[in-house]
Ligand binder design. Structure first.
Ligand SMILES: NC(=O)c1ccc[n+]([C@@H]2O[C@H](COP(=O)([O-])OP(=O)(O)OC[C@H]3O[C@@H](n4cnc5c(N)ncnc54)[C@H](OP(=O)(O)O)[C@@H]3O)[C@@H](O)[C@H]2O)c1
Length: 248
């Protein structure tokens, strides 16, 4: 199957890392120098943005949301399927600009470049299976029942790496503050995150916490400090703030 990726930015490249093992890729973008490098890297064809025919193509739209109107003016024809990763851009908005038989919104994250994205999908149920198959090549993908849910998922899956990066960096700094070498602190946190993923798949977070926290112990003392500083509420508010942006 051939997929046409529109855009040549960070997410277009992250998605291509997984997709190119399963699909024939074609890129459409405005920067020819980038397109030349990308086409070599992914053994893909490319076309400069400008009066492009998308008739019957399967499009993966990876430009910035504000660029939708200007980019779509350069496309003509009716696509077979439009897969959009544009944050906060509804299917109705997409279809005002780009004609397509079927439209899907997808929300992946930058871990796609390691085949480890968490991708939420919604849209035309008729191509649900194809959508899940495409995005499973870049990690885990799940179907959601509405665009509102996809916007909430955006706040977790799309923005999540930035929130976890904050946690990781803060823990590294904490180690350094107490006297650990920066490099050792970094390696410890990295290993912690690597080990946490399988742990989380096997147990509810509350049970993980209970299993580590002994009465009057080190974890209980640290955990109390996190609660005192409102870390839990901070994360809940972060998801709320990110979701609100998608509703503007
Ligand atoms: N970054 C994330 O973690 C993440 C996660 C999920 C979804 N998304 C969504 O993914 C999309 C792309 O994000 P990104 O992080 O890949 O951004 P990016 O690295 O800045 O790439 C944006 C792409 O859009 C192109 N573009 C911007 N304005 C344009 C215009 N007026 N005409 C033609 N092309 C234009 C850029 O072209 P040039 O290279 O020529 O400037 C570039 O190819 C966004 O819609 C975002 O909401 C991002």
């Amino acid at each position: 199957m051939k997929l046409t990726i529109i855009g040549s930015g960070a997410m277009a490249l992250a998605l291509a890392e997984g997709l190119n093992k399963h699909y024939q890729l074609e890129f459409i973008a405005r920067d020819e120098q980038k397109l030349i490098e990308i086409s070599k890297k992914f053994n893909a064809s490319y076309t400069l943005l400008g009066d492009n025919n998308i008739e019957n193509k399967k499009i993966l739209l990876c430009v910035k949301p504000y660029a939708l109107a200007s980019v779509s003016k350069q496309l003509h024809g009716k696509a077979l399927a439009l897969y959009s990763i544009l944050a906060g851009t509804t299917i109705a908005q997409l279809n005002t600009h780009i004609q397509s038989q079927y439209t899907i919104r997808a929300m992946p994250n930058v871990a796609a470049s390691f085949g480890a994205s968490a991708t939420a999908l919604t849209g035309d149920e008729i191509i649900k299976e194809e959508a899940l198959e495409i995005f499973t090549t870049i990690g885990k993908s799940m179907w959601l029942g509405s665009e509102k849910e996809l916007d909430i998922a955006t706040a977790i899956a799309g923005s999540g790496p930035a929130y976890l990066a904050l946690v990781a960096e803060a823990m590294m700094d904490g180690g350094v503050k107490q006297g650990l070498k920066r490099e050792d602190s970094m390696r410890l946190v990295e290993a912690l995150f690597g080990g946490f993923a399988p742990l989380l798949s096997s147990k509810h977070p509350a049970l993980i916490k209970d299993s580590v926290m002994s009465p009057g112990g080190t974890t209980a003392a640290g955990y109390a400090s996190l609660e005192e500083k409102g870390v839990r509420d901070g994360f809940i508010k972060a998801i709320e703030s990110a979701f609100k942006i998608t509703q503007k």
